[in-house]
Design a protein around this ligand. Sequence first.
Ligand code: ADP
Ligand code: MG
Length: 313
Amino acid sequence: LVIDKTGTLTEGKPKLTAVVTVPGIDDAKLLRLAASLERGSEHPLAAAIVSGAQERGVELTTASAFESKTGKGVSGEVDDHKVSLGNQALVQNFSDMALKEQAESLRRLGQTVMLVSVDGAVVGLIAVADPIKDSTPDAIKQVHEERIRIVMLTGDSEVTARAVASKLNLDDVYAEVLPQQKLEIIKRLQSEGHKVAMAGDGINDAPALAQADVGIAMGTGTDVAMESGAITLVKGDLRGIVRAIRLSRATMRNIKQNLFFAFLYNALGIPIAAGVLYPLSGVLLSPMIAAAAMSFSSVSVIANSLRLRKLSI
Ligand code: ADP
Ligand code: MG
């Protein structure tokens, strides 16, 4: 089971937790530049920054020349400044040691750190945390009980990803991956012989969702996720995945039982109708009994299938 970090494991409502700036620029100014830009983005991180700025009473303005770089961040012009906001891959001239240390310690707490570059140099950072859902540890235990490995895929930094993965007892983690690489990782896992289910919100992971053997769209996500996925979890709760797995396993078991019933009637009935017993005992299958057996085979299959309704998952 491969999980995209934003959208599943967490509450899906990331919150702004810290703003750190270098001398010469204050928090409010940095937030104004960053949040004004983020109004143009549909990423959950953007929503966190915009509402965090509003909660802190920062007034926003309109940005121009807005550009969104998939899996990296956003850039544009605000208040006559060139502003970029995103991960390490997006920004240049990041040299402030104090800021670097702050970034690492926030990442070690499992927070997502976005660097803010103004007119070509990184002058601050914004951290966002998405609290782990109360139900997640239990859901992960249940997935493990089904003997399924859980792997996290994320465009976020290695340090943040490792912090989250170890807190949650995940089996493996791929960090700093771009959307195209998410697709490649799914393909590679498949070529290693794994059956891959992928859960995501459709933001930067729709191709990976479509490539997985089973795509699971989180209902808190986007329409494209539901288009690409085979399963939609309406409540965005990871335990829904466990229930889906149990239901699908029970369904496969049921299908096999049904095939057994269907073949059993035919395997016995057809040879008797063809006369295998006739030379010994003179027994043939009367068409009336054959017709009844045919119907009973359908009845047994349907009755057995209906048991799925009573299944407790
Ligand atoms: P994930 O795989 O965790 O869903 P994404 O691939 O969507 O992450 O994004 C990867 C990284 O790119 C984020 O952790 C963030 O640093 C940066 N990023 C993406 N979109 C934005 C945005 N709108 N604003 C700021 N940073 C962004
Ligand atoms: Mg995502």
